[in-house]
Design a protein around this ligand. Structure first.
Ligand code: ZN
Length: 356
């Protein structure tokens, strides 16, 4: 866990800080015209269902409309699989295309990898650390994905007004199918425990790609929890449960999460942290954009932001909503407020909006 400095945002002293979360874009190389999906189907990308530029148009729209001060890319931004015949640095041009609107608005940004950014790619996961060298990156010079820094209106971290961001690498696909995914390293969790007790306490937001196991079995306080329905549509729910989904729902067993079978202990470390951990944000489960609450921490999904075939599992699991970008608004001056509508969720200090 690397400790970086403070990033000054272009925001007024008393204004709320707005952070946009872009996730699960699954960008393809510019020169491919079809996708040979793992299920054996060849899918043309120029179709009414998919687009290779819809992600850029969405990002541009949200930046114009919502004027965030900071952007976090939370993994599966590049899909490594269709790059198998490309060069080891082909990720750069593809990432820069998506970054263009962010740079046009002069916004600082950062990134953490998902399980597909280096999936079947001609580059290694560590090669993607070079993303931190791209223009405008707030994590410039970081030597690892696990790192932390503060953001705020001033030149220096002011504990009363700054926000601390913690970025974690939740790992890649596991070679052991019974585990599913790798998980957070014990070194990162241990370092978080140590640093959260030694750094000056400051309201904190935590970003990673694959949800924590603790996201499971919870009733959303906001948003959609659609992973079970997607698995049902895609024929991935095992027998006999696929024959009686009503019983699964009645028993509350549909509140599933696409996480690793390993528990790194990160959630317990967040609960034990010295200083307020306001919320965590992940992606990965494309049909979820829910917000949960557990032990005083908001556990949030972003919203899938891409429009290539992996986004709706190659058409097997149509999304329950349009692709979007989650915006969080953080302000110590906000009054306590209750949810105002299905699309606008507010709470003290921290506010989340879903944008279609
Ligand atoms: Zn993922």
């Amino acid at each position: 866990m690397e400790v970086l400095g403070h990033v000054r945002l272009c925001v007024g002293e008393t204004d709320a800080v707005r952070i946009a979360q872009v996730t699960d874009v699954h960008r393809f190389p510019g020169n491919v015209t079809y996708w040979d999906c793992p299920k054996g189907r060849r899918m043309p990308l120029a179709s009414q269902d998919y687009s290779k530029t819809g992600d850029i148009e969405l990002l541009q729209t949200v930046l114009e409309r919502c004027k965030p001060h900071f952007v976090v890319f939370t993994g599966d931004i590049i899909d490594g699989r269709p790059f198998h015949a490309s060069t080891p640095s082909a990720w750069r041009a593809t990432f820069l295309e998506l970054l263009e609107p962010v740079l046009k608005f002069g916004l600082p940004w950062t990134y953490i990898p998902g399980n597909h950014d280096d999936d079947g790619s001609p580059w290694d996961r560590a090669d993607l650390l070079q993303i931190y060298d791209l223009p405008g990156c707030a994590s410039q010079g970081a030597k690892q994905f696990n790192h932390t820094f503060t953001i705020g209106h001033g030149d220096l971290a002011d504990d009363a007004a700054s926000l601390r961001l913690w970025l974690f690498d939740s790992g890649g696909n596991s070679s052991d199918p019974s585990i599913g995914y790798e998980t957070f390293t014990s070194e990162a969790v241990d370092a978080f425990r140590e640093l959260s007790s030694t750094l000056t306490p400051c309201p904190s937001l935590v970003y990673f790609h694959i949800p924590l196991p603790e996201y499971g079995s919870l009733v959303p306080v906001h948003g959609t929890q659609g992973l079970f329905e997607s698995a049902l549509m895609a024929g991935m729910v095992p027998r006999p449960w696929c024959w009686m989904p009503w019983l699964v729902r009645a028993l509350g067993q549909h509140r599933v999460v696409g996480c690793s079978k390993l528990n790194s202990g990160l959630f317990d470390a967040l609960v034990d942290a010295n200083g307020p951990i306001l919320a965590t944000f992940c992606g990965h489960d494309h049909s979820n954009d829910a917000v949960f609450q557990r032990s005083g921490i908001f556990l949030c999904y972003g919203r899938v932001s891409g429009s290539t075939p992996p986004v709706d599992w190659e058409g097997d699991a149509p999304l329950p909503f349009e692709p979007g970008i989650r915006l969080v608004k953080c302000s110590a001056a906000e009054d306590v407020a209750m949810p105002t509508s299905a699309g606008d969720f507010q709470f003290p200090v921290f506010r989340a909006l879903c944008i279609s």
